[in-house]
Ligand binder design. Structure first.
Ligand SMILES: [Zn+2]
Length: 246
């Protein structure tokens, strides 16, 4: 029997009594666990296997299958359920994680990113749109799609007032160097957006959520972060479509 800490990314019923849960763990990526008699479990153990619960799971391994022995909640994020927008955004975070985290991956920073985002979403201490952009861009960086935001790819300008961010390559050109014939998918942005992207991608975790942007910058940042994630993961997300209808 092994014990792991994890966040429930998905639950799905099997038959009358059982369910499977997918959990994100620090040491072993995403694990699929069979929960026998899930409908009969209530109280602490029941809430610890709900969507987005952060719990300690005791697991038995039989063959290549994992079975839940018992579970203890660490934090349930009840506050997310007060608001449809919050629970929808959190569900999007979970769906994205499930789609791009491979089993057996080492995910200390990724787990921390999700826990931090859920915490700030629950407490309302950070703007929702900002959290979404931080989640999207930082996650992409952590899984190997870090944008190349050091300097203009042509002249090396470090802080151009206006620039063109290229979604596919993740690089940018200043307005003097940009030739739109050679790039199909780009976004024209201003320097404060670039500074925010640099912060999200490069900042130490302890400082990651400590920044503010103006409304105009926020809007461009949100658009850029979402597009960047969707283009590189090459798929859409039902939870995102739903969140955007709210
Ligand atoms: Zn340039």
């Amino acid at each position: 029997m092994t014990t792991v800490e994890g966040i429930v990314l998905k639950e799905r019923s099997v038959g009358e009594q059982d369910k499977f849960i997918d959990i994100l763990t620090k040491e072993s990526g995403v694990l699929e666990i069979s929960v026998k008699g899930a409908k009969k479990i209530n109280g602490r153990s029941g809430s610890s296997t709900q969507l987005l619960a952060y719990s300690r799971f005791c697991i038995d391994k039989r063959g290549s299958y994992l079975y839940l022995n018992s579970a203890e909640p660490i934090h349930i994020f009840y506050g997310l359920r007060d608001s449809l927008a919050k629970i929808s955004l959190a569900s999007y975070f979970a769906e994205v994680m499930r789609s791009c985290i491979k089993p057996e991956a080492q995910n200390g920073d990724i787990m921390r990113l999700l826990l931090n985002c859920l915490h700030y979403l629950e407490t309302g201490e950070r703007d929702e749109k900002l959290l979404k952009a931080v989640f999207e861009l930082r996650l992409m960086s952590e899984i190997g799609y870090m944008p190349d935001i050091v300097a203009c790819r042509s002249c090396g300008a470090f802080e151009p007032e206006e620039l063109y961010f290229c979604m596919e390559s993740g690089g940018f050109y200043c307005s003097d160097c940009f030739e739109n014939e050679s790039e199909q998918n780009y976004m024209k942005i201003k320097l404060p957006v670039l500074s925010a992207v640099r912060h999200i991608v490069l900042a130490d975790f302890s400082r990651l959520f400590n920044f503010r942007v103006s409304d105009g910058t926020q809007q461009q940042l949100s658009e850029l972060a979402e597009q960047y994630l969707l283009i590189h993961l090459e798929r859409g997300f039902g939870t995102l479509d739903f969140y955007k209808t709210l």
